[in-house]
Design a binder for this molecule. Sequence first.
Ligand SMILES: Cc1cc2nc3c(=O)[nH]c(=O)nc-3n(C[C@H](O)[C@H](O)[C@H](O)COP(=O)(O)OP(=O)(O)OC[C@H]3O[C@@H](n4cnc5c(N)ncnc54)[C@H](O)[C@@H]3O)c2cc1C
Length: 331
Amino acid sequence: MFSHYYSQLESGATGIIAESDIAPLEKPTRLEALRYYRRVAEMFDLPITFGETVLSLTTDAATRELVVRTRGTKGEQDRRARAVVFAVGYYDHPNHLNIPGEDLPHVSHYYNEAHSSYRQRVVIVGGKNSAAEAALELHRSGAKVTMVHRRATLGASIKYWVKPDIENRIAEGSIAARFESKVVEITPDAVVIEHRGRKESLPADRVFLMTGYHADFDLLKACGLEIDPATNVPMHDASTLESSSVSNVFFAGGVLAGKDTAPIFIEKIFEIIIEINKQGTPILLVEQNALMALEVAQRGYVLETGKVALADDAKALRENEDVRKTYLGEE
Ligand SMILES: Cc1cc2nc3c(=O)[nH]c(=O)nc-3n(C[C@H](O)[C@H](O)[C@H](O)COP(=O)(O)OP(=O)(O)OC[C@H]3O[C@@H](n4cnc5c(N)ncnc54)[C@H](O)[C@@H]3O)c2cc1C
């Protein structure tokens, strides 16, 4: 259903939204995405209260209504509902390193923009997507960047178009990197790391701790919503996304990721496609990530200037030498 509205929004078919306001964008920027969300809110005339924090949730034993306790600018209040969807994401709660200096003013768990780090010595801690994207942007904006990662290689879940870029910058030395290194302390002008028992002090004017985020597990618990102790995923029915512990409470979006938020926006889509297909729905997948697409598809087509240049079993296409060299970037 959403895709139907999406196309209405894109095409301006509703007459409410001009086509120029919502250009179909392959990789929208934050501002473009926010503009799109505002348009959705206006199109459906969504009632939204701002600056109101959900504190807890209970069920009224007499009416079976859900009672959501919130705190806003006018104090605390109860909001009653037949159903509640928890779409609280995970971005409000960074994973802390719990080391000395983490709370210094030049240290942040959030990366916003690069210009203010121009000609600064920047240390980025982490080896996944956020770290890689911040490192590239900062490097290209004139910062002297060093990445520190506790593992031997960068995360496999880095976006496929970002990964070769960051790996090449590290290989050529324009972005410095320390692998298998643990941050032990941050001082006002350095980041102290430890690699195989040896300490090193990296000079740093700014430090970005891109060590991930997690959902507000305390809030979920305060609402009586059980979470899986191993994964921290809220317990739910996979087919309805309804909570297993409180009826008529549902989960949506990032909160379902639990501890492992990295796969949510890339690999997940392929898992969902495989699942929909398993349930008997044929899928025509148009995807620029040809490697992943050929891994999930049964059959593949290569289009060149609008004509089918090659058609074969997906596995055969995947192994076809010409396809590998020309479209998959393999030698
Ligand atoms: C640094 C970073 C980069 C990313 N880049 C990409 C990308 O390029 N492409 C992509 O597809 N995905 C990306 N993601 C993932 C994407 O942002 C999330 O998958 C998506 O935002 C999840 O949507 P959501 O609605 O579940 O949560 P969110 O978008 O996080 O929204 C949750 C909202 O709930 C609010 N909230 C939380 N607790 C309460 C409370 N107690 N009371 C009231 N309100 C509350 C939050 O303040 C927030 O406004 C990125 C994530 C991060 C952190």
